[in-house]
Design a protein around this ligand. Structure first.
Ligand SMILES: Cc1ncc(COP(=O)(O)O)c(C=O)c1O
Length: 473
């Protein structure tokens, strides 16, 4: 069995299929359904290449809706004693909602069927509902084409779902109901709860929860993943009551990202040529830039290291679009993020996008919220703030900032003893760092001054990374 699987799908699904003996071929998530690189295109090619092969094809196979017509629908009717008013189901291939709706409407003609389709997909009707959006993380629902097995004439109303609402709803179902569901279940449940508010006493809503949490252990179940993708506030990483909770112990931990001296945000368009993106980074001293599309919003991050490596390895040409090599997995935090949370994020990520929300009103009652880039923040920004703003800061220990006191815990600085405290508290951040290196390695090697290499993991401007003279002690 060969399974063609878009890269977006969780590793848990891939590993399970592999364990069952399948050969897996991952395909680019962004590939259009009718392009040769998509999971459908690759399967079609393999069909021609492999003798006696057959595609099960969930998009066209009538057994897909039929399984729900004959199986799932009967189960619902039996469990509800044939009484229900509304059915809410998310749609991917549309097999579930079409099979269920056909059987249930045959038995209950007044039934209302509500379909749930993620923002960014085109399954919903009327078409105006399908505003373009960035690719979504909830798996299994939504497409860029209408599968044959989806019979939209059976759906009375469509609701568009967002990743944020869906994934938080799934976590809520897990926590409050103890049901170990997947992300598309959250999308359906959020829509069902909205519908339920409009119903009268005694009316019944059935909502289909299609998948289990087991497939998403490394994704929305993880607090870190939720924060990285902007679906949960960074506070959940440090709030009392969550795993790893910790009270602020350093003076800067309760400060927020707003206080960091971040550079003016610069973004690039996804259609920009790689060579132009490199030139902009070189001119302005950045080594990563957010990629923002006019309609899509924040799409990814182009990094100088990845751009140059991809060109050298001939994976792309200098003329190719940056969208071909941008990272679509990146961390983003709001301006209100506490520095304690930022510090925790930097244990795993070298940089993160700082975002804020821009609300555009189209009329007195219609608006759209868009996430915009307010800056890019790296470890060096946090370190600069802690060391520079820490100077003269009052602490319980006296007038020496804790950030500076804690630094000599490294063996080399410990060995240098208390003299270091006085010296460091008077030093600019960069000098402080270089003095650390000087003490740690003796005799000190001449540092490699290539600013780009040094700033590989940070937003860092060139002036940030050029090493200062080693201070005389
Ligand atoms: C997690 C998940 N939710 C929802 C669906 C949607 O079901 P259908 O394809 O029957 O529309 C799928 C389909 O595979 C799925 O994997």
């Amino acid at each position: 069995m060969v399974i063609t699987l878009p890269e977006k799908m969780s590793d848990e699904k891939m590993d399970m299929l592999k364990a069952l003996g399948a050969e897996i071929i991952r395909t680019p998530t962004e590939a259009a359904w009718d392009s040769p690189e998509s999971h459908i295109g690759v399967a079609a090619r393999l069909l021609k290449e492999i003798p006696n092969s057959h595609i099960l094809d969930q998009y066209k196979n009538v057994d897909n809706p039929m399984a729900h017509y004959e199986g799932t629908a009967e189960e619902i009717l039996w469990q509800c004693d044939g009484k229900l008013d509304v059915l809410v189901a998310s749609a991917g291939t549309g097999g579930t909602i079409s099979g269920l709706a056909r059987k249930l409407k045959e038995r209950i003609p007044d039934l209302t069927v509500i379909g749930v389709d993620p923002i960014g997909s085109i399954l919903a009707q009327p078409e105006e509902l399908n505003t373009p959006g960035p690719s979504y993380h909830v798996e299994g629902i939504g497409y860029d084409f209408i599968p044959d097995v989806l019979d939209r004439s059976l759906v009375d109303r469509w609701v568009k779902s967002s990743d944020h609402t869906s994934l938080n709803m799934s976590r809520s179902i897990i926590r409050h109901e103890g049901l170990l569901v997947g992300g598309s279940s959250g999308a359906a449940m959020a829509a069902a709860l909205d519908v339920a508010k409009t119903l009268g006493k005694g009316q019944r809503v059935v909502v289909v929860l299609p998948d289990s949490t087991r497939n998403y252990m490394s994704k929305f179940l993880s607090d870190e993943w939720m924060v990285e993708h902007g679906f949960a506030p960074p506070a959940i990483l440090t709030d009392p009551g969550t795993l790893g909770s910790k009270k602020a112990s350093e003076w800067w931990e309760d400060r927020t990202v707003v206080e960091l001296d971040l550079s003016k945000p610069m973004t690039i368009s996804p259609s920009m040529a790689c060579k132009d993106a490199i030139e902009i980074m070189r001119l302005h001293g950045f080594d990563q830039l957010p990629v923002v599309g006019a309609m899509e919003g924040i799409m990814g991050v182009a990094s100088l290291a990845n751009l140059t490596a991809s060109i050298l390895a001939k994976r792309v040409t200098p003329e190719d679009k940056v969208s071909n090599v941008m990272y679509t997995a990146f961390c983003q935090v709001p301006m209100t993020t506490r520095l304690a949370e930022l510090n925790r994020i930097f244990k795993k990520h070298a940089y993160c996008l700082v975002t804020s929300t821009q609300r555009t009103w189209f009329s007195s009652s219609k608006f759209e919220d868009k996430t915009i880039v307010a800056g890019v923040c790296s470890r060096i920004d946090l370190l600069n703030f802690v060391v520079q703003s820490g100077r003269g800061m009052e602490t319980k220990e006296g007038h020496v900032p804790k950030a500076v006191v804690s630094a000599p815990q490294s063996p080399a600085l410990k060995a240098a003893g208390g003299v270091m405290h006085v010296r460091e508290s008077q030093m600019p951040c960069q000098e402080y760092m270089w003095s650390f290196m000087k003490d740690a390695k003796s005799p000190i090697a001449t540092p490699d001054l290539n600013p780009i290499e040094h700033s590989e993991h940070g937003r860092t401007q060139m002036s940030d990374v050029a090493p200062p003279p080693i201070p005389a002690i």
